[in-house]
Ligand binder design. Structure first.
Ligand SMILES: *[C@@H]1O[C@H](CO)[C@@H](O)[C@H](O)[C@H]1NC(C)=O
Ligand SMILES: *[C@@H]1O[C@H](CO)[C@@H](O)[C@H](O)[C@H]1NC(C)=O
Ligand SMILES: *[C@@H]1O[C@H](CO)[C@@H](O)[C@H](O)[C@H]1NC(C)=O
Ligand SMILES: *[C@@H]1O[C@H](CO)[C@@H](O)[C@H](O)[C@H]1NC(C)=O
Ligand SMILES: *[C@@H]1O[C@H](CO)[C@@H](O)[C@H](O)[C@H]1NC(C)=O
Ligand SMILES: *[C@@H]1O[C@H](CO)[C@@H](O)[C@H](O)[C@H]1NC(C)=O
Ligand SMILES: *[C@@H]1O[C@H](CO)[C@@H](O)[C@H](O)[C@H]1NC(C)=O
Ligand SMILES: [Zn+2]
Length: 325
């Protein structure tokens, strides 16, 4: 158990997905190091041209027939969640990448699933997702981080690769609903937060409690956006194939509302690193310029009917030009 915790902490402190070992002191909450400064204080990639997150403009999304369904392995296995850690800038759950993999979904190969973590705002009134859709920011966003199997689980090597397909990140929005009793697993997950208030605190008691699937219940994982981007924390490496699912995960409103909400629990229980008295809130990066990148999704019936009507217009034009002959 101690060995496990030590190795989780080592994984956290050594080059990791969330922060790739840069000595740069970056933050979310101080004017000297918040995300508006990252392109200056961490220019290695944060000043790049394929940065994440982005605002997804649905009217500009293009149909892509390659975006088939995913195969998720180990997402139904209660032993896959190994520990929950306060990383100082998020809450990170380490996943067993020997059991959990993602493939399909138009990804070039098999990816081993390393961890998930969350981004949030300040309670339910101040949203904190990273991606936005037509300018809408959701209350929270969950990121599952996966590394291409050719790196054998070595995230540092994947980050150093400059290979634009080295990582595959899966983004899920979280929002409130009036439907009841949808959040049992989230109750269990958030029950561990009071045990990890400070940066570096960790517990492996989360094992055998919940599955990844149960945290994503109700999200139709065949409908998603795809684009090429980066880590959303320094050094912002541009090595990430992003998948952002359209359906938000719906947490019961009684848990979202003031007092006893899933989202409030995140923003009232954990503290930032290097500011041990500052509650961890608004741990998201603002949206970045697209710079010509294209966001794709499953071809919709709307776009095929648009294609059909284009064909009919062409037919009408052809027929009318025949009449002129
Ligand atoms: C970030 O810091 C800048 C000053 O560097 C400040 O103007 C801005 O309001 C801050 N933004 C956030 C989101 O904290
Ligand atoms: C970003 O900053 C790095 C380091 O200063 C520099 O080498 C690179 O050219 C910059 N990239 C862009 C796109 O400005
Ligand atoms: C679909 O995949 C093929 C083969 O990898 C590729 O050539 C093509 O550009 C992809 N289509 C889109 C819309 O990305
Ligand atoms: C978050 O909300 C609480 C309660 O509404 C407020 O006291 C606090 O100042 C807010 N924190 C930030 C960083 O806005
Ligand atoms: C929700 O669960 C609680 C306790 O598990 C139960 O008392 C309540 O009736 C349930 N509500 C609905 C709407 O199913
Ligand atoms: C959490 O971390 C703090 C600061 O390092 C430490 O003092 C405390 O004992 C830790 N608490 C637990 C429950 O591990
Ligand atoms: C998910 O969405 C697809 C496409 O709209 C639909 O065919 C399928 O039935 C949905 N699955 C579930 C479980 O709702
Ligand atoms: Zn993230």
């Amino acid at each position: 158990m101690i060995v496990l915790l030590v190795s989780c902490l080592a994984a956290l402190l050594c080059p990791s997905v969330h922060s790739d070992g840069s000595s740069v002191e970056w933050c979310y909450h101080k004017p000297t190091c918040n995300f508006t400064t990252w392109s200056q204080i961490a220019p290695q990639s944060c000043n790049g041209s394929s940065q994440s997150p982005i605002n997804i403009v649905t009217a500009s999304v293009q149909g892509n027939p390659n975006l088939t369904s995913f195969n998720f392995a180990g997402f139904d296995d209660k032993t896959s969640l190994m520990s929950i850690v306060n990383s100082g800038d998020s809450v990170v759950v380490s996943l067993d990448d020997g059991k959990m993999t993602v493939q399909g979904g138009g990804l070039p190969g098999v990816y081993n699933t390393k961890q998930f973590h969350l981004h949030w705002g300040n309670g339910s009134l101040s949203p904190g997702s990273e991606h936005t859709v037509d300018g809408k920011q959701y209350p929270m966003e969950l990121h599952i981080v996966n590394v291409h199997s050719k790196y054998n689980g070595d995230v540092a090597a994947a980050l150093a690769s400059k290979d634009s397909t080295a990582l595959a990140a899966l983004g899920f929005f979280i929002e409130g609903t009036n439907e009841q009793n949808k959040t049992k697993s989230w109750d269990i997950l958030t029950s561990f937060l009071s045990r990890i208030p400070s940066s570096g605190n960790a517990t492996s008691d989360i094992m055998n409690q919940i599955t990844m699937d149960s945290l994503l219940e109700g999200v139709n994982r065949t409908k998603y956006y795809r684009y090429q981007g980066s880590l959303t924390t320094p050094n912002c490496n541009e090595v990430v194939i992003w998948t952002v699912f359209k359906d938000p995960f719906k947490a019961s409103q009684d848990l979202i509302s003031e007092g006893n909400s899933v989202i409030n629990r995140f923003s009232t229980t954990t503290f930032f690193k290097s500011s041990p008295l500052v509650l961890m809130t608004n741990n998201f990066r603002g949206v970045q310029p697209l710079n010509g990148r294209v966001v794709t999704s499953q071809p919709s019936s709307a776009s095929s009917s648009a294609a059909t009507s284009t064909i009919s217009i062409i037919t009408v034009l052809l027929l009318s030009s025949l009449c002129w002959l």
